[in-house]
Structure formats: structure tokens, C-alpha cells
Design a protein around this ligand. Structure first.
Ligand SMILES: CC(=O)N[C@H]1[C@@H](OP(=O)(O)OP(=O)(O)OC[C@H]2O[C@@H](n3ccc(=O)[nH]c3=O)[C@H](O)[C@@H]2O)O[C@H](CO)[C@@H](O)[C@@H]1O
Length: 364
């Protein structure tokens, strides 16, 4: 099967696409092309993963009426033309979009060329691009049941997020010693999504010295753009070796397997990973996203007892530390772990593969 994949902008749209490609690549008969933007995170991550990569130039629509949107329409049309050219060259059997505005022109061009198409929605509330594309595609694969109401019923199917399958697959293991930490202590991972989160970083800086006497240790991921300033602030605070600070973690699945609890934003792909591994989490949803979708993502875990909500307006050193201390309460932690595991969908990649295969069959 020749599979063209498109999705980008942030890790939350790219990693599910990569996980799907890696899953399908177990069959040597499958081949791939990835189309992203030249400036998105995908332009570095995808070629690094050894997947053929081509780019189109496109920007997102503004929600308010603006002249920029006229330019975006022109860019969209130009990108459709370029995508058509790539499609003609690659001759895909199926085209998959995993969200982010880049998959708009790519999946639209494929649908217009009568190539079977599928979009994957990670969130509980869909983004603009997937909503637009749902009119043209053959299948919509969703990760949260709540998302079904936004898409045509006859083409929507619940598969989960293929990144859940990837993190649970046997793979490399890391030692916390590689990070300069102890292998025997309870460990909390703090991460603000694929690009970091300033409010979480601020709370960490305020709280970090008070964690020195705690029995647990912390892996703290700042996000690339915030790293230099945070690192120097931490040096000024002379923090001890109970915390290790990193700009970005390339192999997140291996690290996740080593931690006892996660403090994170509520990006959908992160949640798919956390629940697939049955990790308890404290979630600080970003209030700056479309339709407040991270809050709804988080709520679906919180309602099941798998996670605890810490809203950004309540986030400070004291509230963060109080929630982190739950890692020392075996009963609460155990209940959260079980609920988290029950929410996870590690079979997602297989389900998605079945959908793709059925789309390529004759008479579909
Ligand atoms: C601000 C914004 O619009 N965020 C959206 C974006 O988030 P974002 O890109 O932050 O997405 P997620 O939190 O869902 O996923 C982040 C991905 O990056 C990986 N990772 C993260 C940090 C790191 O150091 N290394 C690493 O590999 C994680 O393991 C995960 O696979 O896409 C998500 C999925 O559509 C949405 O739910 C989010 O609302």
C-alpha cells in the first residue's frame, strides 16, 4: 500500500502520523510520503525519522474577518496545486491527514482526485481543518467518543490515537541514571506539550527549591524556546540534583515508561500516551486553544478518575506542589493508575490500519 500522510504544526499532530507510518512500515510492501510545511516542527522530525518528506506553503485561517484570510485562500489554492503534483508523482493508494492546517490542501487535493482519504482527529473537539475536510473525506477516525457529534455519523469511527500503540510497544528502555537521576526514587515528569508552557514554567521556578526535601525527583521539560532563560534562572536559584532540566525529549515513549506521574498540558496525543501506559497525571489544560478543547480532553480523563485537574488560573507553586505530593499516596495513585489504564487504547494503530486497508479495497 502506498500511503501519503500529512499533518503538522505541533507534535500533537505529527507524532500520531509517525506512529502510524512506523506501524505500517512493519509490512515491507507499504511505502510512504509525508507532506508538511517547510517551517513546522515536522520539517525536522519527519526527515530525521527517515521518512520521505515534501512541503507546501500554507498558513492557518484567522477566526476574525481579516485581509490575511484572503491571502490564506490564495495560499491554500497554490498549496492544493502543489499537493496535486506530489500526488500525481507518488500515486498513493490512500491519503491520511492527522490535523494541523497543512493537511487541508493535501487531503482536499486527494479527495478531489478520487483517492481514498481518511482524517484522524486526536481531540475531543475538532479543529477547523478537520471539520472542513470531513465533508470531503471517506473516513473520519476519532480518539475520544465526544468528538463523534461534530462529524458525519456514517463515516466516523472510533480508533484511538496510534501513538498509544507506539508507547506500549516493546522498545528501547532508558535508565534515569542517564539523566543524572536515581533509578530507585519515585519520579515525576513535568512537560508543557511539544512547545513548552510558560505558566507551568513560572510555577516550577517558584516551587522548585521547596522540592529539595521531597522523597521524589523531577524530570522537567521546558520546551525549546524557553530553555535558556529557565536554565539560567535555575542556576541562580542553585537548585540541587533532585531535578533535571531539558529543552525537549526526543524519545518520550522510553522516558514515560520510567516515571510514576506526569504533570502536563492536556494535548490529546500526550493524553493518549499517558493513558496507554496507565500513568496518573495532573493536567493543566491550555486555555489558549480553539474551543477550549484541552479542557474537554482533560475532563474526559478527570471524570474517569484517571487524572486530576489543575486549572491554569489556580496554578501556582503551592497548588502544584500539593498535587505532586499525591505521588506519595499509594492508594490514590493506584486508583488513578487503574482508571488511566482503563481509558487507554493501545490497539489504535491496528484499528486504523484496518480502516485504511478497507478503504483501498475495490467496491469501497
Ligand atoms: C497549543 C496547541 O494548540 N496544542 C495542541 C497540540 O499540542 P501539542 O503539540 O503540545 O500536543 P500533545 O500534547 O497532544 O502531544 C505532544 C507530543 O509531543 C511529544 N513530546 C513532547 C515534549 C517533548 O519534549 N518531547 C516529545 O516527544 C509528546 O510525547 C507527544 O507525542 O496538538 C494537540 C493534538 O492535536 C492538541 O490537543 C493541543 O491542544
Amino acid at each position: 500500500m502506498k500511503v501519503l500522510v500529512s499533518g503538522g504544526g505541533t507534535g500533537g499532530h505529527i507524532y500520531p502520523a509517525l506512529a502510524l507510518v512506523r506501524h505500517l512500515a512493519e509490512d515491507d510492501n507499504n511505502s510512504f510520503l509525508y507532506i508538511g510545511t517547510e517551517k513546522g516542527l515536522e520539517a525536522t522530525i519527519v526527515p530525521k525519522a527517515g521518512i520521505p518528506f515534501k512541503s507546501v506553503h500554507i498558513t492557518g485561517f484567522r477566526r476574525k474577518i481579516s485581509f490575511e484570510n484572503v491571502k490564506t485562500v490564495l495560499r491554500f489554492l497554490k498549496a492544493v496545486k502543489k499537493a496535486k503534483k506530489y500526488i500525481k508523482e507518488f500515486q498513493p493508494d490512500v491519503v491520511v491527514g492527522t490535523g494541523g492546517y497543512v493537511c487541508g490542501p493535501v487531503v482536499y487535493a486527494a479527495a478531489k482526485a478520487n483517492i481514498p482519504t481518511l482524517i484522524h482527529e486526536q481531540n475531543s473537539v475538532p479543529g477547523l481543518t478537520n471539520k472542513f475536510l470531513s465533508k470531503y473525506v471517506d473516513k473520519v477516525a476519532i480518539s475520544f467518543e465526544d468528538a463523534a457529534e461534530y462529524f458525519p455519523e456514517n463515516k466516523t469511527v472510533l480508533t484511538g490515537n496510534p501513538r498509544a500503540s507506539e508507547v506500549t510497544a516493546p522498545g528501547d528502555t532508558v535508565s534515569l541514571k542517564d539523566f543524572g537521576l536515581s533509578d530507585d526514587k519515585q519520579t515525576i515528569l513535568i512537560v508543557g506539550g511539544s512547545r513548552g508552557a510558560k505558566p507551568i514554567n513560572e510555577a516550577v521556578l517558584e516551587a522548585v527549591t521547596s522540592w529539595e526535601d521531597k522523597p521524589y525527583q523531577v524530570v522537567y521539560v521546558t520546551g525549546e524556546v524557553h530553555f535558556d532563560s529557565i536554565k539560567s534562572a535555575l542556576e541562580n536559584l542553585k537548585v540541587g540534583n533532585h531535578i533535571v532540566t531539558l529543552p525537549y525529549v526526543e524519545d518520550m515513549p522510553s522516558l514515560l515508561k520510567k516515571v510514576d506521574m506526569v504533570i502536563a498540558r492536556a494535548g490529546a496525543t500526550s493524553l493518549a500516551e499517558i493513558t496507554a501506559l496507565g500513568l496518573p497525571s495532573i493536567l493543566v489544560p491550555s486555555p489558549y486553544v480553539t474551543n477550549n478543547h484541552q479542557f474537554k480532553n482533560a475532563k474526559s480523563l478527570v471524570d474517569k478518575g484517571a487524572a486530576i485537574l489543575l486549572e491554569e488560573k489556580e496554578l501556582n507553586a503551592a497548588s502544584l506542589t500539593e498535587k505532586m505530593d499525591i505521588v506519595q499516596d499509594p492508594e490514590k495513585l493506584g486508583a488513578m493508575k487503574n482508571a488511566s489504564l482503563n481509558t487507554g487504547k493501545p490497539e489504535a494503530a491496528d484499528l486504523l490500519e484496518k480502516e485504511l486497508i478497507s478503504l483501498t479495497l475495490p467496491n469501497n
